[in-house]
Structures are given as structure tokens and as C-alpha cells.
Design a protein around this ligand. Structure first.
Ligand code: NAD
Length: 542
């Protein structure tokens, strides 16, 4: 038994590669894109390390060319969900008894594989399957996935170091047990890295998972699962179970061994899961830990001292990169009347320059939204604005789903600060702007704070640093990730721990020790060197 006290140093963040024309990384990526485009694959369930193919199948299609099939996948029925739960429970003892440094080494090996051998695979699968351009895929599927893996090993080592003091005549220890049972990891379509982390954070701390991936990100998620296996993850530690959320969720929540849910997705789904757990509470062996990061209605608030170009560029990137499908995407903006003409002309200029189309063509800044449901939903919001007396569309406004689910980046200006698209998460490329009178800034800040139920991300732009600080104070609970003179997207693991409160989730800050702590159930062990031999206390003796 190796009894070294081990410590993982603070890792550095994975560098983002350039993918310039003819660079080696660009050439590798182009070869891989071609391979994945011309060779559709089969995506089985992976339970207890074994591939399972059921009778129910579905197809993975490219959002930007929906006639093109990338893969056929198999859907779990209740039978496979039971098998996955059993496999996770069977693997739990051996996995949790293993030295935590071995668990960490498997995470680090997976990071290494993604950084090198499978960089192009992960990027190509995320580009084609989720319609991300090269840069959006690289910062997610490669860099953030690697950062989560490496930083979790480091943060785990910090948690394991924490020990209580020992007083005279005793020795105190904390044992960081994983939860008793299995963890249900439920991932969204929009970030490959989040799908990885929802499993690997609890797994790092000795837990095992039943993983329900989003159907619209199955290609990249399947490759992730294969990489975890190649990195040495034992069978049954993560069980990959694609299929209907309703079918899988219902069966999983019936298990008395459910120890926790690690969720990222919409507020509605998380509320549903929480409600179901609450209804069945007496039936669980432990109180399931519920950790969920959900939606946002993220804002930029512009102070009259701001610089128009900086505001416009950051609003455009923050609202429209990855088609506005980041939980952190800007979707409402408050602009002072005095700056509006300049900001408006900058925004219109960028809008007329930015191109939309297939992910294969690197000039395209915008690609397709994820599926038909999302396309129809956003077009309903745009039509609502087109028909309203309270709104004007100053850029975009058109959509076309004949080839792919393309929606033009759309900028709505409204006279009603509580306009529908100022309040509701649309999760698509729509930015709504309210113009306030410069002398009404205080009231407008209050509106910004109270307009939406969410509290995920927000930004203020101001050259007046004192004003920025006051705005930051006033909007204290409006965002869990707050930015000064920057767009509110693009948080980096280890630099800006991510998560919001209010309706945006439990704010356990993915990729850090706050989150990892939720996956352990510490046991305190006290040993006394001289046990008592006299029942009376000294003051009782005459
Ligand atoms: P979604 O809620 O539709 O789906 C998330 C996952 O839940 C999917 O895997 C889905 O199949 C599953 N699911 C649905 N119903 C279920 C049920 N009854 N039981 C079990 N699982 C079920 O979300 P989405 O469209 O994939 O992702 C977009 C949402 O995610 C947005 O609201 C976005 O803001 C949010 N998001 C938040 C963060 C964050 O960190 N706060 C990050 C990324 C995405």
C-alpha cells in the first residue's frame, strides 16, 4: 500500500488552439470532420461496460443540415434503466474503496486523451452534432472538458487535506465517504464539457452514475464515454443511458438508492425532478442531494459613461455566439438614451457583417439552433415582437428551416421593460433592448433586478469605475456570475467559478470545491487514548 500523502498542484488551463488555415490542428480537424460526415455510427447504451442495443432506435441529425444522419442510437426502456442502476450500485464499493489518487489519475488520463489523441474527434462531433463553429467547439468540447477534469483532481486533493484538530488524549479524523447509493447525472445539449463534468465530478469523489445524456448531443457524449473507458474507468462507474427523459427519469427516481441528482438543463425539468423527489422522499435511504444549474435571463446594463463600441461588440458576441444557446447568453440589455444612437449603429454594422451557415465554413459566426422545437419556439417570439406595438426589430427577424434550423440573430427594441422577451428565457439568438432616460438610471437598475426570476449572469459597462461599483452592489443577487466591462459568457474553470441562484439553480459552482463537497458524506472518527474509568465528574467527589 502506497502511504504517500499526495497533492495535485493547481493546473493551468488548456490553451485554445488557433485553427488557422493549413495549421496542423486545422488539417487534423478537417480530416476528422470528413470521416464523421461520411461514416455514420451506431450509438449503443453502455451499461456495466457492455454495449446494449434495444429494439427502439432514433437518429442523430445535424442541426444545420437535418437531412444528414450522423448516427443511429438505441433508446433505453425501463429494463435497461434497472440494469444501469444495478451496475452503478455493483461498481460503487470497489470504486469508492480505491485510492482517490487512482481515481484522479483516470480523470487526468482522460484529459490527456482529449488534449491530444481525441482533440479532433471531440471537436468534430460537437461541431457536427451540436452545430458549433470551430472556436465554440474548441473552448467547450476540448478546453473546458479538460479544465473540469484537471481542476477537479486538484480541488479534490484540497478537500481531502481538510482535517479537524485533535485535542489532548484524542485523535480526530474525517473520512470523506462518497454518497451511499448512485448519482443520476442528467446533461443538457449545449455543452459537451458539462455532460462530462456532471458525471466526473461525483465520480472523482468516489460515486458512480447513471447518465442520461441529451438526445441532441449524443454524438459527442458517446465519444466522451468511450474516452472515459479508454482512460481506465472501471465498468459500471458511469452507465451511459440514452433515451426518453420521462421514461428514464421516472424509473430512476423510483429507486430507493438514489443518492443524488447532478443536473444541468431547463428550470422546468429541474423543478419536475425536485418535485418528484419531494413526493417520494420517505422512500429513499438517504436524502438525495439535488444539485442543478438551470436557465438564465442574462443582462447587460450600460452606464452613460460606457464606450459604445465595447458595448456593441460584447453584446453581439454575448448574445449570439452559439446562436444564443449558452445558459449565460445575454438576452436583455438596458441602454441610456444618450448612448443609444452610437450603440445602435455599431450593432447594425456588426449584424450586416456577421455570416450565418454551415459549421464547415469557418467564416460563419452563426450556425443553426439545435432542433425544430427550438426553431419553432424562437420564431414564435419573433412573430410576437413583429406584431407588437411595443417592439421594433432592428436586425434579423427571419428564420428558415428548409435545410437547417437557421434563425437570424435578432435584435428587438422595446418600449416596455417587462416585454415578454425581456422576461422569459428563449435560449436562441434574440436580444431585446430597453432604452432608458439617463436621469432614470436608478429606477431602471431596480427594474433590471426584478424583471426575471433568474439570477445567472449579468454585466455592467461603465468607464466611471465608482458607478460600476455601485451598480455591482445594487445588482448583488441578480447574477451569480457578474462582469464589469465584459460580456457575461465564457466563464473559465478555475478563474470564474460558474453558477447562479434564484431560479437559475442551486449555485454550487461547477468545477470547484463547492460542487465537489456536495458529492461526499463525511464521517468523523474520534479515538480516545485513555477511555474513562470513573463515571463521576471530579466536582461530584466530596
Ligand atoms: P432540458 O431541461 O430540456 O434537458 C436537460 C436534460 O434533461 C436532457 O438530457 C433531457 O433529456 C433531460 N430530461 C428532460 N425531462 C426529463 C425527465 N422528466 N427526467 C429526467 N430527465 C429529463 O434542457 P436543454 O434544452 O438540454 O438545455 C437547455 C437549458 O439548460 C437552458 O434552460 C439553459 O439555460 C440550461 N443550461 C444551464 C446551465 C447552467 O450552468 N446554469 C448550463 C447549460 C445549460
Amino acid at each position: 500500500m502506497n502511504n504517500a500523502i499526495f497533492n495535485f498542484p493547481i493546473p493551468s488551463n488548456e490553451p485554445v488552439l488557433d485553427y488557422k488555415k493549413n495549421s496542423p490542428e486545422r488539417q487534423q480537424l478537417e480530416t476528422e470532420l470528413d470521416k464523421q460526415l461520411t461514416n455514420p455510427i451506431d450509438i449503443p447504451l453502455i451499461i456495466g461496460g457492455k454495449e446494449i442495443r434495444t429494439k427502439q432506435t432514433g437518429q442523430v441529425r445535424m442541426p444545420h443540415r437535418h437531412s444528414h444522419v450522423l448516427a443511429t442510437y438505441y433508446k433505453a426502456t425501463e429494463v435497461e434503466v434497472d440494469m444501469a442502476i444495478q451496475a452503478a450500485l455493483d461498481a460503487q464499493k470497489i470504486w469508492s474503496d480505491l485510492s482517490w489518487t487512482v481515481r484522479a489519475s483516470i480523470l487526468l488520463k482522460a484529459a490527456e486523451l482529449i488534449s491530444g489523441k481525441y482533440r479532433a474527434t471531440m471537436n468534430a462531433a460537437t461541431m457536427l452534432g451540436q452545430s458549433k463553429n470551430i472556436f465554440q467547439a474548441e473552448i467547450d468540447a476540448v478546453c473546458e472538458t479538460i479544465d473540469f477534469l484537471k481542476f477537479n483532481a486538484f480541488f479534490a486533493s484540497r478537500i481531502y487535506e481538510m482535517q479537524p484538530r485533535s485535542a489532548f488524549n484524542q485523535l480526530n479524523k474525517m473520512e470523506f465517504r462518497p454518497l451511499e447509493g448512485f448519482v443520476f447525472a442528467v446533461s443538457p445539449f449545449n455543452f459537451t464539457s458539462i455532460a462530462s463534468n456532471l458525471n466526473m465530478a461525483p465520480v472523482m469523489m468516489g460515486n458512480t452514475t447513471v447518465w442520461k445524456p441529451a438526445t441532441t448531443s449524443l454524438l459527442s457524449n458517446y465519444y466522451l464515454m468511450k474516452i472515459f473507458q479508454e482512460a481506465g474507468l472501471p465498468d459500471g462507474v458511469i452507465n451511459f443511458v440514452p433515451g426518453s427523459g420521462a421514461v428514464i427519469g421516472k424509473k430512476v427516481l423510483e429507486s430507493p438508492d438514489l443518492a443524488g441528482i447532478h443536473f444541468t438543463g431547463s428550470n422546468e425539468t429541474f423543478n419536475h425532478l425536485w418535485g418528484e423527489v419531494a413526493k417520494q422522499l420517505p422512500h429513499y435511504k438517504s436524502y438525495p442531494r439535488l444539485i442543478g444549474e438551470t436557465g438564465g435571463k442574462n443582462f447587460i446594463f450600460v452606464h452613460p459613461s460606457a464606450t459604445a463600441k465595447e458595448v456593441a461588440v460584447n453584446a453581439y458576441r454575448g448574445a449570439f455566439e452559439f446562436q444564443g444557446q449558452k445558459c449565460s447568453a445575454v438576452s436583455r440589455m438596458y441602454v441610456p438614451e444618450s448612448l443609444w444612437p452610437e450603440i445602435k449603429s455599431e450593432l447594425i454594422e456588426i449584424s450586416s457583417d456577421a455570416r450565418m451557415g454551415d459549421v464547415i465554413d469557418p467564416v460563419n459566426f452563426i450556425n443553426a439552433v439545435i432542433d425544430e422545437g427550438s426553431f419553432d419556439n424562437v420564431m414564435n417570439y419573433i412573430t410576437f415582437a413583429q406584431n407588437s406595438d411595443e417592439a421594433e426589430i432592428i436586425a434579423g427577424g427571419q428564420g428558415d428551416k428548409s435545410v437547417g434550423y437557421f434563425v437570424e440573430p435578432t435584435i428587438i427594441v422595446t418600449t416596455n421593460p417587462k416585454f415578454k422577451s425581456m422576461q422569459e428565457e428563449i435560449f436562441a439568438p434574440v436580444l431585446t433592448i430597453f432604452i432608458y432616460q439617463d436621469d432614470k438610471m436608478q429606477e431602471t437598475l431596480e427594474l433590471c433586478n426584478a424583471t426575471s426570476p433568474y439570477g445567472l449572469t449579468g454585466a455592467v459597462f461603465a468607464r466611471d469605475r465608482v458607478a460600476a461599483s455601485l451598480m455591482c452592489e445594487q445588482l448583488r443577487y441578480a447574477a451569480g456570475n457578474f462582469y464589469i466591462n465584459d460580456k457575461p459568457t465564457g466563464a473559465i474553470v478555475g478563474l470564474q467559478p460558474f453558477g447562479g441562484s434564484r431560479a437559475s439553480g442551486t449555485n454550487d459552482k461547477a468545477g470547484g470545491e463547492f460542487n465537489l463537497i456536495r458529492w461526499i458524506s463525511p464521517r468523523t472518527i474520534k479515538e480516545t487514548f485513555q477511555p474513562a474509568t470513573e463515571y463521576r465528574y471530579p466536582y461530584m467527589i466530596e
